[in-house]
Design a protein around this ligand. Structure first.
Ligand code: AMP
Length: 292
């Protein structure tokens, strides 16, 4: 009887917890000519994270994911404390998705000299607008951890989600001002069937909150569909009223230039635009965006 070549496919993923070990392993891989593709995450993984990994696997490359809940990017202590941590499940998901390497450091490993930023990053306008305005210090923390991770992993390619549109712009700037030798790839947002952008924070929504959360995407779609038909301020007001009526507390509903994030008072057909919303539902803050 002919036996099948194999009944199961086993994937092996290396897990490193120290900078020393991962750096040594990746140095050897790089020396063999491997392309290294890096997906930094804070864990509680979902299909959105896995879509970044999938994009990285197209290269083909040695794929490295990190899971690190970065304390310096939380401007709210309760948010850090309540951030979902599902490491065992994450390891299983990444192994099944054929990720090659997982970096799973603790805080002291990433911040051996403490968490203070020696010299703040010059993030310019990006730091004072939208998320920058509502989450003071957040992007300094993001830039700080990503620079550290990039200097440890030294990837050729960095994969980020468009879900965090402004974060992509901030990290593009980080790469530029710190002269980091890496190519940034941004990957479209993965959504639930009702349009809700997948997010680790969605796990904290109650059933009722979850049933309403798709409204943020519906507002973005309505901003998109009314382009050229209504003034943005009218659509913005409608969206704000609808969200508030359903129990949301919107931080912002804005239209911006997709390249610079300059806020736009109205639709401008001569530019590529992005609509961005941040709103609380209960104590969970959700953000989403749509390029028009
Ligand atoms: P996080 O773990 O939330 O820090 O996210 C890690 C990376 O995954 C970031 O680059 C995010 O933009 C990206 N990401 C998060 N959610 C999604 C999603 N729904 N679709 C695509 N990328 C995402």
């Amino acid at each position: 009887m002919a036996l099948p070549l194999y009944d199961f496919i086993y994937f092996i993923m290396f897990i490193f917890k120290t900078v020393k070990d991962i750096a040594a392993y990746l140095d050897a891989q790089r020396a063999q000519g491997k392309i290294i593709a890096f997906v930094p995450t804070m864990g509680a993984l979902h299909k959105g994270h896995l879509s970044l990994l999938k994009a990285a696997q197209q290269v083909p490359a040695l794929t490295v994911c990190s899971i690190f809940v970065n304390p310096t990017q939380f401007n709210n202590a309760a948010d850090l404390e309540k951030y979902p941590r599902t490491t065992e499940q994450d390891i299983a998901l990444l192994t099944e998705a054929a990720c090659d390497v997982l970096f799973l450091p603790d805080v002291a490993e990433v911040y051996p000299d403490g968490r203070d930023i020696q010299e703040p990053y010059d993030l310019g306008y990006l730091e004072s607008v939208l998320e920058g305005a509502y989450r003071p210090g957040h992007f300094q923390g993001v830039a700080q951890v990503v620079e550290r991770l990039l200097r440890i992993v030294k990837p050729h390619k960095l994969y980020l989600g468009q879900k965090d549109f402004q974060q992509v712009a901030v990290l593009r700037r980080l790469i530029d001002i710190r002269h980091l030798d890496v190519t940034l790839e941004s990957v479209p947002t993965t959504r639930e069937p009702d349009g809700l952008a997948m997010s680790s924070r969605n796990r904290r929504l109650t059933e009722t909150q979850r049933s309403l959360a798709g409204l943020i995407y519906q507002c973005l779609v309505s901003i998109q569909s009314k382009k050229g038909m209504q003034s943005f301020s009218v659509v913005q007001k409608e969206c704000r009223e609808l969200l508030i009526h359903k129990g949301f507390r919107p931080d912002y509903i804005e239209l911006a230039d997709a390249a610079t994030l300059e806020l736009l008072p109205d639709y401008d057909p001569s530019r590529k635009m992005v609509a961005l919303i941040a709103a609380y539902i209960g104590e969970i803050r959700l953000i989403d965006n749509l390029v028009l």
